[in-house]
Design a protein. Structure first.
Length: 409
């Protein structure tokens, strides 16, 4: 194997990696824990890599503090081992310790090892087959894949409800948080049956109880349905707090989410960003989806014409439609051709919802049985799950539109 210009031997490679690893772990825990964790990993790998028999990690609790600057002893005989074995052993050592120290610390562990190494060592290690950047990417992917398998619906519900409670408690009071969450879950449980499995306990009175109890039966439900319920709960509280002019609830939720749950929420169809989107963007996405779906069976220009005529037709009934204009410029992308005034953010969400509902109903009716069949399904698919939830929050009932058309036909 070609060696880099700044030559380092096996002893130097392992010494730098082990010292850096111990230093990173000790900053997050203690010197004693760091030497035990690394020492155990080295001993476990000796059966597979004979070169690790030349390595000894001294337990910090048994050495004087002044000697802890060098807790690693390596016999120079290790320099006779093949560099390929050293590289493989080092890569596996880092993977083993990363998995052992826990998912939260592990995200930053390998990066910190790299930053803790002497200058120029990273490039040299890459050439020798020890790529810390690749190890970090592999770690994150493996963690996400294993987490997707082990996390349950009950875990997700408990996690988000606890975050919401803590934010409300911090910003208002414990009583306010308890009353808000209980009122919301009680009010919505007739519509979202998943909430029947949720119990919120008043921990101010029930000292030894958990704040949130989730029945295991919820784990058998389709995760997408659980995600839908979570999105609606967050939307409800965010809407109430926004009307009161309170703090940014969504931003505070996002600040508290860890990486594993962010990925899981995305998988379940939960989108926290769309909850706080302004009405300008929501309206643009709605009319863009209408144009896209209509373009499937006609030209884009004709689709724009249909949508523009619907807007003009209902301007006298729904005032917000006066703030929307569909341009016919052929050079414009569909989304760019939809002009929405910023003033629409001051309009009533429910009024916008009623206007969108009326336009959708009228388009489906005018398309007739053949062209109108499955129109709502295609519209929902084009609009996207998060935006569908947002317009439903504004009062648009796509199910009713679809049901009416099926009954009429």
């Amino acid at each position: 194997m070609w060696m880099p210009q700044l030559e380092i031997n096996n002893e130097q490679i392992l010494s730098s990696i082990l010292k850096s690893t111990i230093g990173v772990i000790s900053r997050r825990t203690t010197d004693a824990y760091a030497t035990v964790a690394v020492g155990n990993a080295v001993r476990d790998l000796r059966l597979k890599y004979a070169s690790f028999n030349f390595v000894e990690v001294k337990y910090a609790g048994l050495i004087q503090h002044k000697d802890f600057i060098n807790p690693v002893e390596i016999d120079p005989e290790i320099n006779n081992a093949k560099i390929e074995e050293i590289a493989n052993a080092t890569n596996e050592l880092i993977k083993t310790i990363s998995n052992a120290i826990g998912k939260e610390a592990g995200y930053f562990f390998i990066r910190e090892i790299k930053e803790n190494l002497p200058h120029q060592y990273n490039a040299i290690l890459r050439e020798l087959g020890i790529n810390l950047e690749t190890l970090q990417i592999d770690y994150i992917i493996n963690r996400r894949n294993s987490f997707k398998i082990t996390i349950k619906n009950s875990d997700v519900l408990r996690y988000i409800l606890k975050i919401m409670f803590e934010i409300l408690e911090q910003e208002e009071s414990r009583n306010y948080a308890y009353e808000t969450i209980v009122e919301l879950t009680t009010r919505l449980n007739t519509k979202y049956r998943i909430l029947h499995y949720v119990q919120i306990n008043n921990i101010s009175i029930m000292k030894d109880s958990d704040l949130i109890n989730i029945k295991n039966e919820v784990d058998a439900i389709d995760p997408l349905k659980v995600g839908y319920t979570i999105q609606k709960i967050v939307q409800e509280i965010n809407r109430d707090l926004s009307q009161k002019g309170c703090f940014s609830f969504i931003n505070k939720i996002k600040d508290r989410l860890n990486n594993d749950y962010i990925h899981k929420f995305e998988e379940m169809g939960v989108n926290f960003d769309v909850v706080s989107l302004n009405q300008v963007l929501v309206v643009k996405h709605v009319f863009n989806a209408l144009i896209e779906v209509l373009s499937e069976s006609s030209s884009t220009d004709y689709a724009k014409l249909i949508v523009a005529s619907q807007i003009n037709k209902y301007k006298k009934i729904f005032d917000f439609l006066k703030l929307i204009d569909i341009t016919s410029e052929k050079s414009s992308e569909n989304f760019d051709s939809i002009k929405v005034s910023l003033k629409i953010d001051s309009k009533s969400p429910s009024d916008i919802g009623r206007g969108v509902q009326r336009i959708l109903q009228n388009i489906v009716t005018e398309l007739g049985e053949v062209a109108g069949e499955h129109f709502i399904d295609r519209f929902k698919s084009c609009l996207g799950k998060a935006y569908v939830l947002r317009i439903e929050e504004m009062g648009v009932n796509l199910h009713i539109i679809d049901l009416r058309q099926n009954l009429n036909w």
